[in-house]
Ligand binder design. Sequence first.
Ligand code: NAP
Ligand code: ZN
Ligand code: ZN
Length: 354
Amino acid sequence: MKNETNPRTVTAYAAERPNAPLARTTVRRRAVGERDIVIDVRFTGICHTDLHQVAEDWGTGTFPMVPGHEIAGVVSEVGPGVTRWQVADRVGVGCFVDSCRTCDNCRAGLQQYCTGEVGTVWTYNSTGRDGLTTYGGYSTELVVDEAYALRIPDALPLDAAAPLLCAGVTVYSPLAHWGAGPGRKVAVIGLGGLGHLAVKLAHALGAEVTVLSQSLRKREDGLRLGADDYRATSDPATFTELAGRFDLILNTVSADLDLTAYLDLLRVDGTLVQLGAPEKPVRVNAGALLSGRRSLSGSQIGGLPETQEMLDFCGEHGIAAEIELVGAEGINEAFRRLAEGDVRYRFVIDASTI
Ligand code: NAP
Ligand code: ZN
Ligand code: ZN
């Protein structure tokens, strides 16, 4: 029997300081509490957010930092009060590991928008209720409250399912919220980790899907993933030919784009949803909003119920990420390539090499 008061030491890959290369180290996780489970991490996706965080693009980070919030694994131990899980269950953890549970948003299943005193406890670069810094999935084991783990359907392989925990739900949530389905025209800006899952999911939901990519380089992939049309945004004709066309546009790009040009692609009452997080404030021409009663919105991942709904939908439709599996020693190279847009379409770390 494990000593309940002893934290556990686990092997992880961490950046020691902002922008430092990631290297093998050990971190301490809390002892298994009453309602905690231990997850034997099998695979972790590399999200572009991991690059932003290690680079402190969005503000000061806590270092050493162990990134990783697209985690897939298997339950290896359960606390005495755990009711939802058993050893050997296939589970995933996404961008957060706790929240206040009592605010209106938590009660509504929108834990990612928690307004309680605790706030959303992010999977890494955050502080848990236990007062400990959280460390992400670039590690061998995770200790997490049973309520913040999701079931990964048996139909999905764990490696390709891992990216669903962030990228998948981040695009599923706005598609569901703004009603992507038959008769609706959806555009996806950027065919990367988020973008390629947006294409698959929007297609499976029955929408007509157009990819707006910088070039036609990945056109064949886009059409194979389910896109009906694929356009290069480097070609000015794209913006004249598609003007007023879409009900919904998902912008998965974090670079500064001229959003006014993209708003003009929306029909009346259409919505552009910002998913990528540029460092600079977003500027648009008010005219592009007024002239079609258009909306500019944003969306952040998804809550626990919606994440489970998305995973079940993916299980039913055989949807998972297209991945390139890397060993732990390949993480820094994967970071470099992801920064350059050289990935088809998600790097996933084989945690057995950590
Ligand atoms: P990614 O795999 O790098 O994909 C981003 C795509 O954007 C690229 O594949 C590329 O597509 C396009 N792109 C890159 N640089 C560009 C530029 N200078 N101009 C125009 N297009 C460019 O990244 P990701 O993991 O999908 O994440 C995308 C963004 O979403 C990141 O900022 C990430 O932090 C953010 N994110 C937000 C949430 C949320 O909750 N809202 C969740 C996860 C991630 P093409 O080659 O097709 O042009
Ligand atoms: Zn992410
Ligand atoms: Zn809350």
